[in-house]
Design a binder for this molecule. Sequence first.
Ligand SMILES: C[S@@+](CC[C@H](N)C(=O)[O-])C[C@H]1O[C@@H](n2cnc3c(N)ncnc32)[C@H](O)[C@@H]1O
Length: 406
Amino acid sequence: MSENFAYPVGLRLSGRRVVVLGAGQVAQRRLPALIAAGADILLISPSATASVEAMAEAGEVRWERRRYREGDFEGAWYVLITTDDPEANAAASAEAEARRVWCVRSDDAEAASAWTPATGRSEGVTVAVLTGQDPRRSAAVRDAVVEGLRDGTLAAPRHRTRGPHVALVGGGPGDPDLITVRGRRLLAEADVVVADRLGPRDLLDELPPHVEVIDAAKIPYGRFMAQEAINNALIEHAKAGKSVVRLKGGDPFVFGRGMEEAEALAEAGIPCTVVPGISSSISVPGAAGIPVTHRGVAHEFTVVSGHVAPDDPSSLVDWAALARLRGTLVLLMAVEKIGAIAAALVAHGRAADTPVAVVQEGTTPTQRRVDATLATVAEKVAAEGVRPPAVVVIGDVVALSARDHG
Ligand SMILES: C[S@@+](CC[C@H](N)C(=O)[O-])C[C@H]1O[C@@H](n2cnc3c(N)ncnc32)[C@H](O)[C@@H]1O
């Protein structure tokens, strides 16, 4: 076997003696992991860096302020040689070899009997990388793996049973890059994903084939309401021991019925994690170049659902009050009722020439923006064939970036 091939192993050092020679930068880097492993650490060095000294003061290592002496490795399971004295290092190395104690040397990897891998941790996984003689490459591989685990681009589903669980994940407005790191990781770990029509559909294509993707709009609901059928589907899959992600567009709690699902899960005794998402109400205007606030122009923005017409008795929105505000109004689900809404705002006093932008399919490759005023928006939306999903932005902030869209 090659001299450059090391046999990897995980040392369980709790309560076991580890001797560290030298207390410079190398020791400073290695000690925290040894401390975390619960090793009984004897540090031998005439001087130490300030950080190592602090570890000794905190009682995390026992520090003897002296040089190495023959016999120091008595009772040791593992030794690290990190001094810059070649003679002492060679003598210590020989003692380790004679005692058959695994020995790492920072000055001479060839003379060592053990190598320290580049290590990292994410979500309970320890990553350790050895590349023979190329520590920078080890570190680069370690970084890539830890980062991939962290953001879910490296799919590593858990196969332990952690009991029923559902994550309500806000997927952002549509661009797959606009989901959170946590959301993406949970998605990568899922067995079942219940997804809406809106949100980052592209992410679903990347899921491994064993993941069951359920279109929430297609869950049959027979004698139930559609939402009840979705809740039941989440509960059933979680109870069957699957790791379930409910992937929603934008943020789960902005017109997303996230709380209804969280309540249904709580009632069924199923733990649920809510992962916030980037709401279309802010990000879609932003993607079209419209800031929802701007110094000296708008000191507030109000997000309103436009799915119910202003004169509908079931409307909970005070359109007269909204018409009196000077700031930005952001309407979701408002394409269909935009004529009645614009008319109500004008009737209650908002200027008919207030700028309006309608942004369809924001943050996706098919994003488009149609500019109008309160007086013309209904006509423009019809003429341009604007369809949902679209966000309507009303207010002077729209004019800040209207130049290219008029
Ligand atoms: C049921 S609401 C859900 C909102 C979502 N929870 C959020 O925070 O963005 C759906 C509405 O959000 C808006 N919407 C969501 N994604 C959009 C996008 N990519 N472009 C434009 N509008 C979007 C549309 O107004 C759509 O009718």
